[in-house]
Write a protein that binds this ligand. Structure first.
Ligand code: HXC
Length: 514
């Protein structure tokens, strides 16, 4: 063969390999409202930046007539590229090829790009569209998953791992994403489950649709398995790009700094929090009144909405915001919001992102449901995460800081670097009504007019504790500040803490209340 013929041969082979599962399967994929795996990669990455590897990989399975079947690239596409100029490693499963099922060689490709991502210390993005372990390959496909899970864990906290669910993902195809940092889903397209409707019907005799079992909304609103909800694949890719703009390439770096921008004038920080501590407000407006350009990129917006987490920038630097949300269940902490906050704090800490905590919390949600759901164990995760964190941390008490919530929401006792309170802050063991009913029970019961006495005692307790000055007198808060001073104060504190060093005793690892 001449060199020219060899080149033509390459082009022909390439053309063949790029066909995926063939025209019919691709048509089916598109009819389902889904993009093809390769188009997804191209839509996500910077133009002309994608470089594909292992295009000619084939499976070598013989069982179940598999030797008669040729699977293009064995159903996975791997490569490198850039997002806003940031280098990344990426894989996408091709559902048109054997349902994106994970055979041994398919897995080998994914493992190869994961190893690259670790070696190069760049983010890894996985686009999952797979029926899980390839049934014909038996334990070999399970071995493939095992290798992937092991690497997910190895690189956790070293490089960012982002998962996108863009199809009916079953079994291992959802356990690997669950081990990664952020999971993106798209309405009507994404499905995640361990055992699918067929298995449920066989074992339990129940009929359930894939959507009801594990659709995008289910995982964004009920289970908390997914972090970002989108209406379309393109919207999803735009969100991934935005996330990448907020995070560093790896745990030895800081996120890229942007030119500082003041918050938008429409967010007037002095008038967001009502004086009456029973009135709700949207804490995200406070974040927007502090953040550069009032830009707040919320994480897990639809799940455990009584807590708010997400990224923004202050003076150009990425910040992780954590807050109680008074418009949802008065901002109490419960099982799910504890998990949500704790994991986000650990993420920020692992990737050198300073944490700002905004506190307005009446306490933990009381009741048998929460106690039996393990609120002790889950609530403890927040204590653990904040206590463990060593990135710069600033806490601002906006209004209520009662009981365990005061401690848990990154108090000075858990080693926040700076703690401030607004003048309307109320820092106490519990709300004045509850406190008065307990400690003055006898006086109230024995009074001629118990209701009058109760009101008097509530006022007495409120005057004593429902303010920031008792805590300020002990040095538990560093300063009582006006709301309008908050952004300036935070900018200064983050600057001062830039070279913070916080040593901890050497250990293999702690034992968090997982
Ligand atoms: C081999 C598979 C496959 C699999 C799908 N296909 N899943 N081939 N192994 N796991 C093939 C189908 O045979 C079909 O091939 C093509 O992919 C498209 O699948 P359809 O069923 O036609 O598509 P759809 O109706 O959209 O249903 C998608 C699905 C369903 C919901 C994913 O295929 C399904 O339930 N698959 C099995 C899911 C599963 O139980 N996986 C194993 C999980 S256990 P043809 O040739 O007809 O086009 C696991 C172990 C790891 O993953 C556990 C870790 C802890």
């Amino acid at each position: 063969m001449s060199l020219k013929q060899k080149t033509l041969d390459l082009l022909k082979r390439r053309e063949e390999a790029l066909k995926g599962g063939g025209e019919q399967a691709i048509e089916k994929q598109i009819a389902m409202g889904k993009m093809t795996a390769r188009d997804r990669i191209l839509a996500l990455l910077d133009k002309d930046s994608f470089h594909e590897y292992d295009l000619f990989v084939e499976h070598d399975t013989k069982d179940f007539d598999m030797d008669k079947k040729k699977f293009s690239g064995d159903g996975s596409i791997i490569g490198t590229g850039t997002v806003y100029g940031a280098p990344i490693c990426i894989f996408a499963q091709d559902f048109t090829v054997a349902g994106g099922s994970l055979g041994f060689m398919h897995a080998r490709k994914i493992v190869k790009i994961m190893d690259h991502a670790l070696k190069m210390r760049v983010p890894l993005i996985g686009i999952n569209d797979s029926g899980g372990a390839r049934i014909q390959e038996g334990v070999n496909s399970l071995a493939g998953y095992g290798e992937i899970f092991w690497r997910n864990t190895l690189v956790s906290g070293v490089i960012p791992q982002i998962s996108v669910i863009l199809g009916p993902c079953a079994g291992g195809a959802v356990y690997s994403p669950a081990l990664t940092d952020f999971v993106f889903v798209v309405d009507k397209i994404s499905k995640m489950f361990i055992t699918g409707p067929e298995v449920i019907k066989t074992v339990l005799g129940e009929e359930i649709s894939m959507e009801d079992l594990g659709g995008a909304r289910v995982h964004c609103e009920i289970t908390g398995n997914a972090h970002f909800f989108s209406e379309s694949e393109q919207e999803c890719f735009d969100k991934i790009k935005k996330l990448i703009s907020f995070i560093p390439w790896n745990n030895t770096q800081k996120a890229r700094a942007f030119p500082p921008k003041p918050p938008k004038k429409e967010y007037k920080i002095d008038s967001i929090v009502p004086n009456d501590s029973k009135l709700p407000y949207d804490v995200r407006d406070v974040i927007r009144a502090i953040a550069d350009d009032s830009d707040f990129f919320e994480v897990q917006e639809l799940w455990a909405a009584n807590a708010v987490i997400g990224f923004g920038r202050i003076n150009g630097d990425t910040i992780g915001f954590v807050a109680n949300q008074p418009i949802v269940m008065a901002g109490v902490l419960d099982v799910d919001s504890s998990d949500k906050i704790a994991r986000f704090v650990r993420y920020c800490d692992a990737f050198n992102i300073p944490i700002i905590t905004l506190v307005d919390i009446p306490g933990y949600l009381p009741g048998i449901d929460q106690e039996h759901a393990g609120v002790i164990r889950h609530g403890a995760k927040i204590l653990y995460a904040f206590s463990e964190a060593t990135v710069p941390q600033v806490t601002v008490i906006l209004r209520k800081a009662y009981g365990g919530g005061y401690i848990a929401m990154n108090s000075i006792h858990l080693r926040a670097d700076f703690v401030f309170a607004w003048p309307g802050a109320e820092i106490a063991v519990m709300g004045p009504e509850g406190a008065a009913n307990i400690i003055f029970r006898k006086e109230i019961m024995e009074a001629e007019d118990p209701e009058k006495m109760r009101k008097l005692k509530v006022k007495e307790y409120k005057d004593k504790f429902a303010n920031p000055y008792v805590a300020a007198a002990k040095g538990y808060i560093d300063s009582v500040i006006e709301p309008s001073e908050t952004r300036k104060m935070i900018i200064h504190c983050i600057e001062v803490a830039k070279n913070k060093s916080a040593n901890r005793p050497a250990r293999k690892h702690g034992i968090p209340p997982f």
